[in-house]
Design a binder for this molecule. Sequence first.
Ligand code: NAD
Length: 527
Amino acid sequence: MDATTDGATATLPSRITPELIARLTDYVATGNGTVDLVEVYTGAVYGTLPQSGTDQVAAAVATARTAQKKWAATPLSERLAVFQRFHDLILENHEIISDLIQIGTGKTRRMAFEESCDTPMVISHYLKTAKRVLAPIKRAGGIPFVNASIEMHKPKGVVAVISPWNFPFAISLSDSAPAFIAGNGVVLKPDNKTALCVLFAVDLLIKAGLPRDLVQVVCGTGPDIGPTLIDNVDYVMFTGSSATGRIIGSQAGANVISCSLELGGKNPMLILDDADLDVTVPGAVFAVYGNSGQACMHIERIYVHESKYDEFLRRFTEAAEELGKKAGAAYDFEPEFGSLVSVDHMERVSAHIEDAKAKGATVVTGGYPRPDLGPAFYQPTVLTGVTPDMVHAKAETFGPVVSIYKFRDVEEAIRLANDTDYGLNASVWGKNIARATEIGARLEAGNVNINDGFITSYSSKATPSGGVKQSGIGTRHGDAGLLKYTDTVHIGVQKIQVMAARAKQPYAQQLKSTLMTLKFMRRFGIR
Ligand code: NAD
């Protein structure tokens, strides 16, 4: 398909036809005009995306709410069957999903394909565990045999899933799948730039048998439609920047609804004196430049033991330069390094680097855009001599740039790594795994990866993952990632009426028997 705007011609894969785009954009609750859809690689406009007004947002939640009542009453086995089919449909359609992810993000084919695999991995985990996790739990009550206690998990109702552009398919779908499985309706609010791949997933969900009204999509700028969305739903699953997370968290708090906030990071990597640089250098290159540095868990600061510093800096810089030579804009696996998401974002990344340069940092390599490849490409960049007064030292840059520092001893490395408001991810490299793990456990981060950048913890779907400090509240994955979409209801059952004082029995007598009962139960370990 070709479309020309301002001289740029879109180069979309032949699978992405105007008919497909029209069918997908039909899923958006429409009423507030349109915005252009832009192919990142060329900057060309290839279509338009409808925008939702606040009335449509409220109506979308109401529609999902009506459908949710029936869905919550649908047996869990039937709900899971829909997600077994959805899992298979994603794998069957990986090519078109990768196309759509690449068109909207400009990332490499490899990153797009791997992103498409995240949702089946999450679904597969909950297909195995949801029955156990959601089952009511019966326990003895305060006095065994006398009363009983049942813990039940009821769906929240309608969940808003607000997602960013960097992993648009994975985040929107991997976070909504457990919400649906738990019995909720979902209103998706993707970023405008990357909505198309999410709309394709909605198409697959409906093909898999999800009731049409249960899934709704609203599009628009966050501050325009976000407040109405949050005012109408029962739970907010938000992924994005810490600045937006604060706004969302305040509104959810004011409405007394709970939320999960998966936010930004300024993630450190520690390279210990016993690290094997043959594996550490390629691992660090992927941790820094994978997804062109636009992954929330990617590494922006590397602390290297002084005994390894010079060699690491030399080898890492050479590897970054090699990666820059393999950059490219193509819907195949040839390029190993992709574009940034937009020219606006590239300018923000560039501003951090220019600020560091102006304040005396050394640009060891990179530090410039690559208009020869596309409008938003930026060369892999390495900085040294970064000081706390520089924006890049503390703020999340979210681009292909890292600052490298030297440390003398482990205590100093831990102090420097923890000197941040963020706490999303950290990485430690060393041959002595027990020692590296011990050091990792002292880092203030919700995820710590030993001898890896971030994939190991993120791909372990059985263990909850989230941020600490300013990187968020709540977790995804594991039992907690399903239970958060439910309200816990406690049903207490009184089998024999012994709890209250009997009529005409003096309370002093009741007190005596209560004390005896408590002592008896403690003595025999009953309670
Ligand atoms: P962002 O906060 O600007 O936007 C995220 C989403 O929120 C978008 O859909 C946006 O339209 C919407 N939004 C903005 N203001 C809103 C409001 N007032 N009400 C409701 N919705 C609103 O973030 P971004 O630039 O799209 O994404 C990059 C950020 O996301 C980075 O900070 C990155 O670290 C973070 N991120 C975190 C994780 C994680 O799991 N912790 C994963 C991916 C990205």
